[in-house]
Design a protein around this ligand. Structure first.
Ligand SMILES: *Cc1c(COP(=O)(O)O)cnc(C)c1O
Length: 235
């Protein structure tokens, strides 16, 4: 578990270097630790090393961990594909949802978010990789979804997220992240509350920060490589 603390420190240093290189305040980039498939003891190790925001992809797995760790001050972010039969679970247990791409899902989140909780922070997922990716709204169509979400009182639209197709080509990484940044700037013109760009993972966080990421979602560089990513049943 000492390795998790050391990895976290190394990731924080990568973030600080990338931010400084882009003339940005390192504090303007939030580190989201992606703990999917890793058990609660790994999250505790990261928490003890000062990490507070954790990202999970699978609703049931995440809720089990959140219940086990209810005594810790953790901010949970849902970053996986969201099926409509999981919206209530997610609305009840998470502070953020990164990958909203359909109005119907947004409406279900809004309808199931408890009035006792603060509004759920949401990001619209945009497909910045073209045909090679199926997830996210097409660039240019985020305005329509944003307008719909703004009418939902239990949701708070904060910005955009993307999961570009992995590539080792740094200029390609930059191009896609720059596209997301420009789309976010476009949304900001109609809504000054937009303040978040969730982009960048273990292998491309430097490019993402250079293009303005405010949240980077880091799994493998903190917790190690995932043996096999399991998938939730659709029942
Ligand atoms: C798994 C995952 C990550 C973390 O990826 P790493 O390459 O392990 O850093 C980030 N974002 C999303 C949406 C993920 O599913």
């Amino acid at each position: 578990m000492a390795i998790i603390a050391a990895n976290l420190q190394a990731v924080r240093e990568r973030i600080a270097r990338a931010a400084n290189g882009a003339n940005r305040d390192p504090a303007s980039v939030q580190l989201l630790a992606v703990s999917k498939t890793f058990d609660a003891s790994c999250i505790v190790a990261a928490w003890q090393a000062g990490q507070r925001a954790f990202g999970e992809n699978f609703a049931r797995e995440a809720v089990d961990k959140a219940r086990e760790l209810a005594h810790l001050d953790i901010e949970w972010h849902f970053i996986g594909p969201l099926q409509s039969n999981k919206t209530r679970l997610v609305a009840e247990h998470f502070a953020w949802v990164h990958g909203v791409e359909r109005e119907k899902i947004a409406r279900r989140l809004n309808d199931t978010r408890s009035p006792q909780l603060p509004p759920l922070n949401v990001l619209i997922q945009v497909n910045v990789s073209g045909e090679s990716s199926k997830s996210g709204v097409a660039p240019g169509t985020e305005h329509a979804l944003a307008s719909a979400i703004r009418e939902m009182p239990r949701l708070r639209l904060r910005g955009l997220m993307a999961i570009p197709e992995p590539t080792a080509d740094v200029s390609m990484q930059r191009t896609r992240f720059a596209l997301l940044r420009r789309l976010k700037e476009g949304l900001q013109e109609e809504d000054p509350a937009i303040d978040t760009l969730s982009m960048g993972m273990s292998d491309d966080l430097e490019s993402a920060i250079a293009e303005g990421a405010t949240i980077v979602r880091i799994g493998a560089a903190i917790f190690g490589t995932r043996a096999a990513v399991k998938h939730e049943s659709k029942k």
